[in-house]
Design a binder for this molecule. Structure first.
Ligand code: FS2
Ligand code: SF4
Length: 543
C-alpha cells in the first residue's frame, strides 16, 4: 500500500505497511481501485453529458464512493468491495447507454479474480505510479485529495436533496484530469487544483443551504457538557439528517441524546434543538474516542468520520450508518435506528453516581454566518473604535500529534482585544475556555463543523465588503490545522479565492513536492506554524 493523504501519515512520508489510522493493506488496495474505477466512470459520465445524458444515480454513486475513501470513514473491506463493484457496473451500464467503446484500460477495468492480481491492479492504479513527473504527481495527489473533500460535502448536501449537475461535472473533470489521453503541463495541473477549490466553494454553499433550509439558521445556544441521569445515545460524525431521524425515533422513549465531536454545533439548529431530549455534548475530538467512550454508558452511533478502531470494552456499543463502517461493528441502514435504540435501552445509562463526576459546565455554539453577520454593525463599530484589533480564524481538524497544542496555546495567548472564530474538531483544543467578550460579542465564536467552512468564508467576504477592501487587507489571520482531505479542499478554496498568508500546521502535507510547496509559498504566502508567541508577534506587529 501507499497512502499519504492525511496529516498523520507514517514518518511524514507515507503509510506503506499499514495505516497509522488503522487502514489495512487490503482496504488501501480496494480504495485505490475505487478511485481508479471512478476515473473511468468520470470519463464516461462526461461523454454522456455531451449527449445531454445526466444520470443522477451515477452522480450520487460517484460522491459516495469517493467520500468512502476519505480518512477515517470506512475500514470495512466488504462494504468497500461492494461499492467498487457498483462503480464498475455503473460505468459499464452508462457506456452501453451511450454506445461508448472501451478504448482505454480505464474503460476496460474489471475487478481481478485473485488477491495477488488485485494487488497488481492496485499498484498500477495507485496515485504514486499513475503520474510520472514528481511535481505533476504532487499536484495530481493534491487534486485527488481535494476532490475527496468536495465529494464529502456534495454527498452531505445530496442527502438533503441539494444538488448541482455542474458540481458533479466539475468532480468528473477533476477525476479524469490527466487520464483522458492528454498529458497536462504543470500550469494546467495547477489550474485544475485551483478549479477543485472553486468547485468546493460551490459544494460548501450547497451544503450550507441544505442544512439551514432544512433545520433553520443556527442561533446562539448554550450546550451542557455535564450528562444527566438516564438512558443515553451518543451521536458522532457530521450528518444532520441522521441526528434528526434519531431524535424523532427516540422521542418519548426516555433516552437522552448527546452529541460527540463534530456534532456539537448541531445544538444551534432550531429544528434540532426543539427536541428536549437533545440534552448535551459528551467528549472532545475524534482521536480521544478510546479514552472517552468507555465512560459512555449508552449506545454510540457514527454517522460519518472520524471513526477509530473501537476498543473491546465499548465496541459492542458502537453502531455505524451511511458510508462509515468498521469490521465487526453493527451497521444500520436506511435511517432505521431501532437496533441502536434497543441497545441503548438495554444499557444502564448515566446514574446519579456517574453524573456526580462531571462538573456543571456549559459552552456556547451557534455563530454561523447568519448570527455573526446579524451583528455586523456592532463588529464594524468595534473595529472602527479600536475595541477589536484583530480577528483570527483558528480552526480545522484535530489529531493526535503533540504539536497540536500550538492551537491551544495560540488561543490562550491572543490579546483581549481580539476575536477568535473557530470551526471543525480542532476547536476541542480550546472550546471550553472562558475568553470573555468585547462589548457583548463573545471573543470565541463557534462557526460550526468543518462542513460549515462556507460560513467562515462568507463572514470574511462580508467584512471585506463592509470595509471596502480585499480579504487580505482585513485585520484577519487564518491559523489552520489540517488532518484529512476536507481540509485540503477548504485550503484549495481559500487559495482559489486569492486568500494569502495562511498559517498551516501542525506539519505540511507529505504529498507536496519541494517545488510545489515553493510555488504555494511564493504565490500564496502560506506559512508553516512556528511557535504561538512568535507567530502572534509577527501577525500583530505586521504593518
Ligand atoms: Fe474532524 Fe475528522 Fe470534520 Fe475531519 S471529525 S478530522 O475527518 O471531518 O474535521
Ligand atoms: Fe496513513 Fe492517513 Fe492514509 Fe491512514 S489515511 S493510511 S494514516 S496516510
Amino acid at each position: 500500500m501507499f497512502c499519504n493523504q492525511c496529516e498523520q501519515t507514517a514518518r511524514g512520508i507515507a503509510c506503506n505497511k499499514a495505516g497509522v489510522c488503522g487502514k489495512t493493506d487490503e482496504v488501501a488496495t480496494t480504495q485505490d481501485l475505487i478511485v481508479y474505477a471512478l476515473r473511468g466512470l468520470a470519463l464516461v459520465a462526461l461523454e454522456a453529458r455531451k449527449k445531454q445524458i445526466v444520470d443522477k444515480e451515477t452522480d450520487r454513486l460517484t460522491v459516495k464512493a469517493l467520500f468512502s475513501t476519505l480518512t477515517n470513514v470506512n475500514f470495512d473491506n466488504d462494504a468497500l468491495v461492494a461499492l467498487l463493484k457498483e462503480v464498475i457496473s455503473a460505468r459499464k451500464e452508462l457506456m452501453k447507454k451511450i454506445s461508448m467503446p472501451a478504448s482505454s484500460p480505464l474503460l476496460n477495468f474489471e475487478l481481478a479474480g485473485s488477491e495477488q492480481a488485485l494487488q497488481e491492479q492496485a499498484k498500477l492504479a495507485s496515485i504514486e505510479t499513475l503520474v510520472n513527473d514528481q511535481d505533476c504527481n504532487s499536484l495530481a495527489q493534491t487534486l485527488l485529495f481535494g476532490l475527496k473533500g468536495v465529494a464529502a460535502y456534495a454527498d452531505h448536501a445530496a442527502i438533503l436533496e441539494k444538488e448541482d449537475p455542474e458540481l458533479y461535472a466539475d468532480i468528473y473533470r477533476g477525476l479524469s484530469f490527466g487520464f483522458d489521453g492528454k498529458t497536462p503541463s504543470l500550469t494546467e495541473w495547477i489550474d485544475a487544483v485551483l478549479n477543485c477549490g472553486k468547485a468546493n466553494l460551490r459544494a460548501m454553499e450547497l451544503l450550507d443551504a441544505a442544512n439551514t433550509e432544512t433545520y433553520g439558521q443556527p442561533v446562539p445556544t448554550e450546550v451542557s457538557l455535564a450528562p444527566i441521569e438516564g438512558k443515553a445515545i451518543l451521536v458522532s460524525g457530521h450528518d444532520l439528517k441522521d441526528l434528526y431521524d434519531l431524535l424523532n425515533q427516540t422521542a418519548g422513549k426516555g433516552i437522552n441524546i448527546y452529541t460527540h465531536g463534530e456534532m456539537l454545533p448541531t445544538h444551534a439548529y432550531p429544528k434540532l434543538k426543539q427536541f428536549p431530549h437533545l440534552v448535551g455534548h459528551f467528549g472532545t475530538a475524534w482521536q480521544n474516542q478510546a479514552k472517552e467512550f468507555p465512560n459512555f454508558p449508552g449506545a454510540i452511533l457514527f454517522t460519518t468520520n472520524c471513526i477509530q478502531r473501537p476498543a473491546e470494552e465499548y465496541a459492542k456499543n458502537v453502531f455505524t450508518t451511511g458510508l462509515v463502517g468498521y469490521p465487526g461493528v453493527t451497521h444500520v441502514k436506511n435511517g432505521d435506528f431501532s437496533k441502536v435504540i434497543e441497545h441503548a435501552l438495554s444499557l444502564k445509562g448515566f446514574t446519579k453516581e456517574d453524573i456526580a463526576k462531571y462538573p456543571q459546565k456549559k459552552i456556547l455554539v451557534g455563530f454561523g454566518h447568519n448570527t455573526v453577520l446579524g451583528v455586523a454593525d456592532k463588529v464594524i463599530d468595534g473595529v472602527k473604535s479600536g475595541a477589536i484589533k484583530h480577528f483570527f480564524l483558528v480552526g480545522g481538524c484535530d489529531g493526535a500529534k503533540p504539536g497540536r497544542n500550538y492551537y491551544t496555546e495560540f488561543v490562550e495567548k491572543t490579546p483581549k482585544d481580539t476575536i477568535i472564530l473557530t470551526l471543525a474538531c480542532g476547536k476541542f483544543r480550546f472550546f471550553d475556555k472562558q475568553l470573555g467578550d468585547i462589548g457583548g460579542i463573545p471573543r470565541l465564536l463557534d462557526v460550526g463543523q468543518c462542513n460549515d467552512a462556507f460560513g467562515a468564508v462568507k463572514i470574511a467576504l462580508a467584512l471585506a465588503d463592509a470595509f471596502k477592501c480585499g480579504v487580505n487587507e482585513l485585520p484577519l489571520t487564518l491559523v489552520l490545522s489540517w488532518y484529512e482531505q476536507k481540509a485540503v479542499a477548504i485550503l484549495l478554496t481559500l487559495l482559489s479565492l486569492g486568500i494569502k498568508g495562511i498559517y498551516l500546521g501542525p506539519s505540511l502535507p507529505a504529498f507536496l513536492s519541494p517545488a510545489v510547496l515553493d510555488t504555494l509559498v511564493k504565490t500564496f504566502d502560506i506559512k508553516p506554524i512556528s511557535t504561538p508567541g512568535e507567530d502572534l508577534n509577527t501577525i500583530l506587529n505586521k504593518k
